[in-house]
Write a protein that binds this ligand. Structure first.
Ligand code: PRE
Length: 296
């Protein structure tokens, strides 16, 4: 049974996501520690959140993907997100409420309307907030619904959410090895560091557009050196095994100072991507034949 380090402790949304993958789950306190477990070979996989439909990308995950030894995504899963507010039994007044910053951001309006004047406190995860409330450090925690099963806490409110239908996408990461087979409904992810010159981002995007490739995500994160310098995280529909995706990634490589492949894996929605692979294969075969003097 492979071991999966997940962003814990027990009762996080990430644990719910990790349960969808076969393996023995190992809770770890932070996103960098979950990925470090894979890099050190302590676990085969790590499960971490990557983006939320309301609050956007998870910066800790983006940053850890570019550091140290490469890791690649081999699967993704998407969870519906709704929150419970947990308190110690008998709590009469709530003055402080704690959670992961992404969770607090998704219930900000509810807190303002339902608990005016409370102080919001960031914790490492939603479940870490529940543990802290259990210890008496804060009055309430914004958690995943399952957290109530893991901590000696009561539900003060359930189904809390400012924006309906919020969803979070999670990645299953491992060390580079054989890639998942293409399914016709895949996502490919890379991070590119470009030279600092006019128009370079539009050149990258043009390379994708010219090949009919659908962009599903574009994030920038500071390079953390000179102010105003960024890396670009690019997600597209398709698999690196497909000629047009391989061709586009080779083009991105030519435009970049540094490029890191973050994986080609089946999309959680399984919606087939519109591909133009036949045209690419036919074009490559034609060039091949011309080179051999077989075609004009
Ligand atoms: O703290 C947790 O429970 C997590 O799994 C993290 C996380 C996130 O990073 O977005 C996951 C899903 C929710 O959007 C809120 C928090």
């Amino acid at each position: 049974m492979p071991r999966i380090a997940y962003f814990g402790p027990q009762g996080t949304f990430t644990e719910q996501a990790a349960l969808r993958f076969p393996g023995e789950l190992v809770p770890v306190e932070t996103i960098p520690l979950a990925v470090a477990a894979v890099r050190k070979g302590e676990t085969e996989f790590a499960c971490v959140p990557i983006e939320n439909s309301v609050e956007g990308a998870v910066p800790a995950t983006l940053d850890v993907l570019i550091r140290d030894e490469p890791v690649v995504a081999v699967a993704e899963t998407v969870l519906d997100v709704r929150f419970s507010i947990l308190v110690r039994p008998g709590t009469a007044e709530i003055k402080t409420i704690a959670s992961h910053p992404h969770a607090l951001a998704q219930v900000r309006e509810w807190i303002a309307a339902s608990l005016p004047g409370v102080t919001s406190i960031a914790t490492s995860s939603t479940a870490a907030a529940a543990a802290a409330v259990e210890r008496g450090e804060f009055d309430a925690a914004v958690t995943a619904p399952v957290a109530v099963n893991h901590y000696e806490l009561d539900e003060y409110a359930t189904d809390v959410l400012d924006v309906a239908d919020a969803r979070t996408r999670f990645l299953l990461l491992t060390r580079p090895g054989a890639l998942p087979e293409p399914t016709g409904a895949d996502r490919t992810s890379v991070v590119v560091t470009t030279p600092n010159r006019v128009g370079v981002l539009s050149e990258l995007l043009t390379e994708l557009a010219l090949r009919g490739i659908n962009l599903t995500g574009l994030e920038s994160r500071p390079q953390k050196g000179k102010l105003g310098t960024y890396r670009f995280y690019i997600d597209v529909e398709g698999h690196i095994a497909e000629p047009r995706i391989g061709d586009a990634l080779a083009a991105l490589h030519r435009h970049s100072r540094e490029i890191r492949f973050l994986g080609s894996f089946p999309k959680a929605d399984h919606e087939p991507s519109e591909a133009h692979n036949a045209e690419f294969t036919a074009a490559a075969a034609w060039v091949d034949a011309v080179r051999k003097g077989e075609r004009g």
